[in-house]
Ligand binder design. Sequence first.
Ligand code: SF4
Ligand code: SF4
Length: 566
Amino acid sequence: MKIIRETLSICPECKQQINATVFEQDDTIYLKKTCPEHGEFEDVLANNSKYYLWRRNYHHDSKETVQDPEVTFNNGPYSSYGGKFDLKGCPYDCGICENHKSATCICLIDVTNRCNLKCPICFANANVTGFVVEPTMEELRAIMEHFRGTKPMPPVAIQLSGGEPTVREDLPDIIKMAAKLGFTHRMITTNGLKFTDIDYLKEIIDAGMNATYMQWDSVTDPDVYKQTRGKDLLEKKMKIVENMRELGYRDLALVPTIARGVNDQEVGPILDFAVQNQDVVSCIIYQPISLCGRITREEVRRMRYNASDLFADIDKHTNNIFNGRFYPIPTLSNFVKLVTWFEGQEAFEMTSHEDCGFATIGVVEVDPKDRMKNKLHSIDEYFDVDKFVQSADTVWEFLKKNNLEHKPEIFKKLLGITSTGEKIGSFLDGISHTLLRKGMKYGLYASAIRNLKLTELIANPNKIRNFFNTIQKLGNIIRDPRWDAAANFLRDQALLVSCMHFQDAYNIDTERVSRCLVHYGYYDRELKRVFRVPFCTMNTIHRERVERKNAQYQEQKIPVEIITPQ
Ligand code: SF4
Ligand code: SF4
C-alpha cells in the first residue's frame, strides 16, 4: 500500500468531517476513512493507478485571491449556516469561505425544483422533497449580480438548472436577464421534453440559450430510460435532435449519467451517435452517477463507476483512439488566461482539482454524403498537446514573474510631471502593452505550428482537410478568446468528449471541493443575501437544509406536481 495523499472527507452516516487517506494498492486507487462512531469506509477512486498518477502532472492552483462581494459587504466570514465567525472548517463553511482556492468558472442556479419527470435517480426535485422552491426574478437578479460582482474574475458562464428549468414560463426572460448582466455563455440543463415543440425550442434559442445540456442516458435501449427517468424517452430525444437540425442549432451537449449495470454499455454507442450527429452535437459530458441515500459498503463497491472505468470503456469501444489521454480540466488553465490576456478580455481560470473533470478533443472526419459514416480521430493525432500546453505555461509564468500582465506605468511616470504628460505617458504605456500582447500572441501561434505532427499528416493525406479546419479554429480561439470562439471550434468538426465526476458522501474529498469552480448560487430568504456554494458540497451536504428553509419563505405557494408527463 502506497499513500498518495491525506485529506478530509465526511462520514456517509453522520456527515461529520473525518480524516481520509488516498492510497494505491494493486493498480487501484482507494479513499479510506474511519468515523469513530460508524466505522471504516473504503471507496475506489480509480481502477488504473497509472492514469490517476499521470493526471496529477496537470495540477494547477490559482494564484489569485478569490473575493466574494458578500463577504466584503458583510465584513467578514459568514457561512451558509448563518453563523458569523462561527466556522467549522471545510466542507461546512461554504458560502463561499476565504479558504476556497478557485474562482467561479460556472455560475449555476436552480431556477425551480419543479420537474415534468419523476426520475428514480433524482434526489432534488419537488416530487421527491415534497416542497417547491423557486427564486423570484428579483432574487435571480441578485444572484446574477453577485456573481458578476466577484473580483478579480467574474464568471461569464451561467448554467440555469433545476428541477426542470423549462417548466418556468418566464425562462426566456431569465435568459435575457443573464445576457444583459454580462453572462456571454448561457447554458440550460434540461431533460429536453419541451424542446419536442419546435416553436418553444426556437423561442428559447432566440432568448439567448447558447448551449443545451441535455440528459442523454441511452441511444439504443428504451429500457435504460425507464430505469433512469421512469419512462421511455428515446423517441422524444431523437425528435429534439431533428428539431435542432431544422433550426440550424449546433450547441447540443449530451449529458449521460452512467450507472454500472444500467447503462455503462451505452458509453460507446452514445459516442458514435455524437459523431454521426456532429452537425448538432458539440460535446458529450459523461457523468458517472453519484451514490445517494444509505447503501451498504458492498453496494458502493458494486455500483461505483468512476472516470477510469469510463475511459477504459471509451478506449475499448474506439479501439484506443484516445489511448487514455483524457486531460484534466486544469490542463488548460494557463492557456485560457493567456488567450484572454492577449485581447484584454475578462479572464477566467480553470483550476479545479485534477480528479474532477477530464476532456479530450475528438476531430470528426465528416462524410459529406452520409453522416452515419463520419469518422472520429483524436486531437493527439494532429498535434502535440503536452508540448503546446507547456509552451502556454512557460509564456504565462514568464509574464507573471516579470509582472508584465498588467499595463505598465513607465512612460506615465517618466512624463507625468504635467497632466498632459501623464496622458501622453499613459497612451504610450497602452501602446507598448498592446505590442507586447500581440508579440506574445504570435509567439503562441508559432508554438502551435511547431507542435503539429506533420509527418503523420503527410502519411495520412485524408486527414489534411480536417487538420486545416482544426488548426484554423484553434487559431480563432487564440485570436478571439471568447466562449463563442470555443463553441465555434466545437461546432465545426470537433467534438469535446468529457467527464465531470461529481462527488457523493462516500468519495467527497476536501482537496477537490475546495478547488471547485462550478458554484451554486442561491438567495437566502431569511438572511437576505446571496450564498455561493461549490456544487458538490451543495449536493452532498447543504442542499436539503437550504431548500427546506427557503421553501418556508416561498411567497407564492405552487403545487408540487404541476405537469403530468406525456
Ligand atoms: S468547499 Fe470551499 S467554500 Fe466550502 S468550506 Fe471548503 S473551502 Fe470553503
Ligand atoms: S462540481 Fe464537483 S466535480 Fe465538478 S469541479 Fe466542483 S467539486 Fe469538482
